[in-house]
Design a binder for this molecule. Structure first.
Ligand code: GLN
Length: 479
């Protein structure tokens, strides 16, 4: 296990136990050999053997294929962008490569990040490494499965409504959505700009802090990016924190444990609450009544923003062109053939709720309720340092199980969406197993409260070993 973390690999390189070229070669070979079965990558590179310097020198990583790269294609999992080559590289990737890490491939996703299972990729689905008949979650399912299967020690994802945390939960890895604006969105293909955030998928909390030290920085190229008060202080805070949580107040909102949440998942969250208590934290139940409205509010607002962001893909200005007799045919065919059914559904819904006559009834009302949800969450942080919830109401579901029922699919994000609506940070970390499948617990904190979250998660990981389990056949030494 230790050698599969970023830290373990970094130490092995520094102690000359492994040559960076051999490490890269090994990971690239695994990706080549396993992609046919797992479907984690949409494109990958042959190893770049140039010697690197910096804190992540020699470490391979992957990035979700909605982050643009000058070296590899960027498809967003869509036929609309199947031949797209970006002229520049996203800031988040750029910062990691400047720190010495090597991007070895781009990971599979639901088309334009819309989905919860990676089955909406226009190319092929991704398998959950714990059970290949199940989905890895989504939309950053390729990134989560690549980390869980050991193809890379860490990967980038994006999270608009849960797309980092939900697949992290299904694949038994750690995933974090930082505070809105903490990580640059420059070069992230926009889905819902007021919620999109880039973040890491990793094996444990320490690696999460290590990567955040590099990712979190204000970027002049993204006007919504901000200076984080704790920038570059995450790893130190996590490694130096004491072994207890004395003085930490954790709230467990009732609304996240109600109907629709698997009984055994609820049991794991209650067990985690008990664990936090025995580590010294004060844990209490609380109530956030407006979060019950988070799901409909999110699907109205995110679809509205998506319909506007995706308007540029018309085969004329951007996107693959399908020719036609008249200019209208070009628009219609390019959009009709370029976008898959889920993206079309969101564009239709979003256009409808923004149209004259419906705007006040849907969009404006949703925007108001969003404010109320954010207000209620912020108020909760006057009484609590953190909120503990399940990440997902169930463990990973079977492939095809929710494909014909969008509402069932949307339910997979019911616990993760509130953090996006409020712009606050949240992590998912392994919390145990249900019927042999990993399930995550979620910790949310106040805006810029990343350190509070990371410390509590770290103390939890020091006392438990859920994060050390790996899918069968992928254990250290078994290859
Ligand atoms: N599954 C959610 C959706 O389909 C969230 C997606 C995301 O976070 N990118 O919108």
């Amino acid at each position: 296990m230790a050698s599969q973390t970023v830290r373990g690999m970094r130490d092995a390189i520094q102690l000359k136990k492994i040559a960076p070229a051999a490490l890269l070669e090994d990971h690239c070979r695994r990706v080549r050999e396993e992609n046919e079965t797992l479907g984690t990558f949409l494109s990958y590179d042959s190893p770049d053997h140039r010697a690197k310097t910096g804190p992540l020198a020699g470490i391979p990583f992957a990035a979700k294929d909605n982050l643009v790269t000058a070296t590899l294609p960027t498809t967003c999992g869509s036929l609309m962008m199947k031949d797209y080559r970006a002229p520049y590289t996203a800031t988040a990737i750029e910062r990691l490569t400047r720190a010495g890490a090597t991007l070895i491939g781009k990971t599979n996703l639901d088309e334009f990040s819309m989905g919860s299972s990676t089955e909406h990729s226009a190319f092929y689905p991704t398998c959950n490494p714990w059970d290949q008949d199940r989905v890895p979650g989504g939309s950053s399912g390729g990134s989560a499965a690549a980390v869980a299967s050991g193809q890379v020690p860490f990967a980038l994802g994006s999270d608009t409504g849960g797309s980092i945390r939900q697949p992290a939960s299904f694949c038994g890895v750690v995933g974090m959505k930082p505070s809105y604006g903490a990580v640059s969105r420059y070069g992230l293909v926009a889905f819902a700009s007021s919620m999109d955030q880039v973040g890491p998928l990793v094996r444990d909390v320490r690696d999460c802090a290590l990567i955040l030290d590099i990712l979190i920085a204000k970027d002049e190229k993204d006007s919504t990016s901000v200076s984080h008060p704790d920038a570059e202080g995450f790893y130190e805070a996590v490694t130096q924190c004491p072994d207890h949580l004395q003085g930490v107040r954790i709230g467990v909102p009732d609304e996240f444990l109600g109907a629709g949440v698997d009984r055994e998942v609820r049991g794991l969250v209650e067990e985690a609450a008990q664990n936090f208590r025995s580590l010294g934290a004060e844990v209490e139940r609380c109530s956030l009544p407006h979060t019950n409205l988070a799901l409909p509010v999110y699907y109205l607002m995110a679809s509205a923003e998506a319909s506007s962001n995706l308007a540029r893909f018309d085969g004329i200005r951007y996107g693959a062109r399908v020719s036609g007799e008249r200019v209208f045919d070009v628009y219609q065919r390019s959009r009709g053939q370029g976008f898959g059914p889920e993206v079309r559904r969101r564009i239709l819904l979003g256009t409808h709720v923004l149209s004259a006559g419906f705007y006040d009834a849907y969009y404006l009302k949703a925007a108001r309720v969003r404010q109320q949800i954010a207000f209620e969450l912020n108020e909760a942080f006057e009484s609590f340092d953190l909120l503990l919830t399940p990440t997902t109401p169930t463990p990973a579901f079977k492939r095809g199980q929710h494909l014909d029922d969008p509402m069932e699919m949307y339910m997979a994000d019911v616990c993760t969406i509130p953090a996006n609506l409020a712009g606050i940070p949240a992590i998912s970390l392994p919390g145990g197993f249900v019927r042999g499948l990993p399930v995550g617990i979620q910790l949310m904190g106040p805006r810029f409260g990343e350190i509070k979250i990371l410390k509590a998660a770290e103390v939890f990981q020091r006392a438990t070993d859920y994060h050390e389990n790996q899918p069968a056949g992928r254990r250290e030494g078994s290859r």
